[in-house]
Design a protein around this ligand. Structure first.
Ligand SMILES: C[S@@+](CC[C@H](N)C(=O)[O-])C[C@H]1O[C@@H](n2cnc3c(N)ncnc32)[C@H](O)[C@@H]1O
Length: 266
């Protein structure tokens, strides 16, 4: 399923009057987010968020996470949320406006093609989004994440995880695809492999907890882009610069005019 279809399915689900749509709409609100995202109570401390950080939330929904974090950290620059769903963003914008906040900016965009310059964000979050991406989409999203993070920046991603039981997994997949069809449940190993393949050099289990409701296991992963100083210290920066200088020297030698042939020296 394409990202555009996912966005349309969220729009349709939230605009309808189905019981699951209404339930999901509540879970995406600030109080609902505190229920399904219980680690949020400690997240600002665990991520060592600072007012000077520029923060991005991918698949922000109604921007509940950003509103919660913003109220605690008081970011100096607006935190940015992107989402595919117009409906989610429009409800989120109304809430942000009603709360008189100017510290949250919402943009309609896909996680695989973010409309931001490279090296833009210090910290990114992404909750309950990657189950909607197939393996190719996940890789594109992680590459984009790597691009938009500043050197030294990091991202925390969490999602529903598979259990050891095929029956339970099938039940969870059914539950989680009530309004939107795709539901790829991946464990830490699969996410870590995708992050490494996308180019992340720092990949770790984030062990976010506790998650209480719904009673489905979660997986969380932290992926980071090392600061330039780290590259220098480990020799990676020196090796890269040496390779660039060697290539420049070769190009200069190839472009240099050859000395005129003046015949044999006297
Ligand atoms: C289950 S909701 C989670 C919302 C929010 N992160 C939270 O925890 O409350 C998933 C959200 O991700 C958005 N989404 C799904 N795939 C996306 C993608 N590829 N790029 C951006 N947003 C996406 C959906 O539109 C939806 O709003």
């Amino acid at each position: 399923m394409t990202e555009a279809t996912t966005g349309r399915q969220y729009d349709r689900w939230l605009s309808g009057r189905s019981l699951t749509g209404l339930g999901f709409s509540f879970l995406a609100s600030v109080p609902g987010s505190m229920i399904v995202n219980t680690p949020v109570f400690q997240l600002d401390k665990n991520l060592v968020l600072k007012p000077e950080h520029r923060v991005l939330d991918v698949g922000c929904g109604r921007a509940s996470l950003l509103q919660i974090l913003g109220a605690r950290v008081r970011f100096q620059r607006p935190a940015v949320g992107i989402d595919l769903s117009r409906r989610m963003l429009s409800v989120g914008r109304q809430e942000v406006r009603a709360a008189g906040r100017s510290d949250v900016e919402l943009v309609q965009a896909a996680g695989t093609a973010m409309p931001f310059a490279s090296d833009s964000f210090d910290v990114a979050t992404c909750s309950y989004v990657v189950k909607h991406l197939d393996d190719k989409g996940l890789l594109s999203f992680l590459r984009e994440l790597l691009r938009v993070l500043k050197p030294g920046g990091f991202a925390v991603i969490w999602e529903f995880a598979p259990t050891g039981s095929n029956v339970l997994n099938a039940w969870h997949r059914w539950l989680l695809s009530r309004g939107v069809e795709t539901c790829n449940l991946r464990g830490y190993g699969e996410l870590a492999h995708a992050a490494t393949s996308a180019g992340f050099e720092w990949v770790e289990n984030a062990h976010l907890r506790p998650f209480l409701l719904p009673p489905i296991p979660r997986v969380s992963i932290v992926v980071g882009k090392p600061p330039e100083e780290w590259r220098e210290r480990t020799g990676l920066g020196r090796a890269r610069r040496a390779a660039v200088e060697a290539a420049q020297a070769r190009a200069a030698a190839a472009a240099a005019p050859t000395a005129p042939d003046t015949g044999p020296a006297p």
